[in-house]
Ligand binder design. Structure first.
Ligand code: MN
Ligand code: MN
Length: 476
């Protein structure tokens, strides 16, 4: 099977559609650089499209019917959406599941310190990062700080032209002979990823006052830069140092998603793993009409650290939400819930590695996705002999192939890389645990997990078309 660059297949109309669609995608990325922001952005979009929040519907004792649109949020970080289909829910759903967390640096709970007149915030990296990629680039701070009285202060610094940015320092090449001898994973250590946040002391005394009062000056000068930062936080946000204890602050690359290449064929942006599949799925869901099977879209959190915790895919939130939904359609029983879950179909919509000609030895060309080769399908992921993988059933793949061919979707099959070179996983195996048919499907990414990741506009568009076709599927 030959892999082809799919750009040549598009009509002028489709090419125009790709531009509009990917402009919306860039806005989606810019408005949601953390899982919380992504949930907020998405809820705004779906509420405008007529989706209603599940707890409100439960309170009203609503009866759901085909065509009704429902969503449910957990802890502002995980989001599940449904459009009720014509068929009885217990026949199963068509599920698109992506994740909205991305690799980044998280601020620690006791982070602010000063050394030699430079103030820092201490970080703990989140997910798989090549640490050396994060030094010396402009960084932004996003997140929330929750005060003792329960009020939440939203932080978003570094994205506006007039905002300051933050950065992590690195050693100049003139003095880096020893550093350059180190292996890349030791080159920049995890504890060296603290961001620089200030350099101006709060008190600058005149020479006269210094001459009069030496001891007081040295005491006042101690941590004066840190004190200055705390003063700014107090004035701007009414925040105390202790409020970092109950904060979730994320350090992400500063700046907007950009078009890339002379031909503007690509998108270069932070957090495309996996908000690219989230956006493709969201658009497919919003465009869906006359659904036979109930459509479900999952935006999960914590995928990059193993899908753990309340908002990770391993939590009971999804199952509980489906149970509540069934209760409102009049279908709920414990047995019916099991039936819905086991007879659902899922695309685990997550990105894959695009073939990189500069790193040929890490890929096996015939079974790797190429950039602009179309939406990818991965039968399995995992590492060392498929370990940790969901290995999709051949019959299910046959069904997916038929759907894709009928809708004229340009797709390619893929593995993550060469056998035994490495590996990875997605949320696929977790849902498959219900006895559900699941396969991985996503967009190829160059420099995945880097501060700036690259995708092809054509692949994103094709993913959206594939997900739309999948949602209309009638089942095996
Ligand atoms: Mn991913
Ligand atoms: Mn990832």
């Amino acid at each position: 099977m030959e892999r082809k660059n799919i750009w040549e297949f598009y009509s002028d109309e489709q090419l125009a559609e790709i531009e509009t669609f990917t402009k919306n995608y860039r806005d989606f990325l810019d408005n949601g650089k953390t899982e919380r922001e992504c949930v907020d952005t998405t809820v705004n979009i779906i509420e405008a499209a007529g989706f209603r929040e599940l707890p409100k519907l439960i309170n009203e004792g609503a009866k759901l019917k085909p065509g009704d649109k429902v969503y449910h949020v957990l802890m502002n970080k995980m989001l599940i959406m449904f459009i009720i289909g014509e068929d009885k829910l217990k026949k199963g759903m068509n599920i698109l599941g992506s994740h909205i967390d991305s690799p980044r640096l998280d601020i620690k709970q006791n982070p602010l310190y000063e050394e030699e007149g430079i103030a820092y915030l201490d970080t703990h990296y989140y997910g798989g990062v090549k640490k050396y990629q994060w030094v010396t680039i402009p960084l932004a701070l996003h997140g929330v700080m929750v005060k003792k009285d329960g009020t939440t202060v939203e932080i978003n610094i570094g994205e506006e032209e007039s905002d300051p940015v933050f950065f992590i320092s690195d050693l100049l090449p003139h003095l880096a002979a020893e550093q350059m001898e180190k292996k890349a994973n030791k080159f920049i250590e995890g504890e060296a990823l603290d961001i620089v946040v200030g350099n101006k002391p709060i008190l600058i005394k005149t020479p006269d006052s210094l001459a009069n009062d030496d001891s007081t000056e040295s005491e006042a000068a101690k941590n004066a830069v840190k004190k200055g930062i705390l003063e700014i936080l107090k004035q701007s946000y009414d925040i105390e140092e202790e409020d970092f204890i109950s904060a979730e602050l994320e350090v992400v690359p500063a700046g907007k998603a950009r078009e890339a290449g002379f031909d503007k064929s690509m998108i270069l942006a932070y957090g495309q793993d996996d908000r690219v599949c989230s956006f493709a799925g969201l658009t497919a869901l919003l465009e869906a009409k006359n659904l036979t099977r109930t459509a479900c879209l999952i935006f999960s959190d914590k995928e990059e650290i193993g899908s753990v915790g309340a908002t990770g895919m391993h939590s009971r939130f999804f199952e509980n939400t489906v149970a509540e939904l069934m209760n409102l359609t009049g279908d709920y029983s414990e047995l019916n819930l099991r039936r819905v879950l086991s007879s659902s179909y899922m695309l685990s919509t997550d990105v894959g590695a695009a073939y990189d000609p500069f790193y040929k030895s890490s890929f096996e060309k015939r079974n790797t996705a190429i950039l602009s080769g179309g939406v990818l399908f991965k039968k399995f992921t995992g590492a060392r002999g498929k370990s940790g993988s969901n290995d999709a059933n051949a019959e299910y793949i046959g069904y997916i192939r038929k759907l894709m061919e009928e809708a004229e979707i340009r797709f390619q099959t893929a593995e993550l890389g060469k056998v035994d070179v490495g590996g990875g996983g997605t949320i696929a195996y977790i849902l498959a645990g219900y006895g559900m048919n699941v396969i991985d499907s996503g967009v190829p990414v160059l420099n995945m997990h880097a501060p700036w990741e690259a995708t092809s506009k054509a692949d994103i568009f094709e993913a959206k078309r594939a997900y739309a076709a999948f949602l209309t599927g009638l089942g095996l």
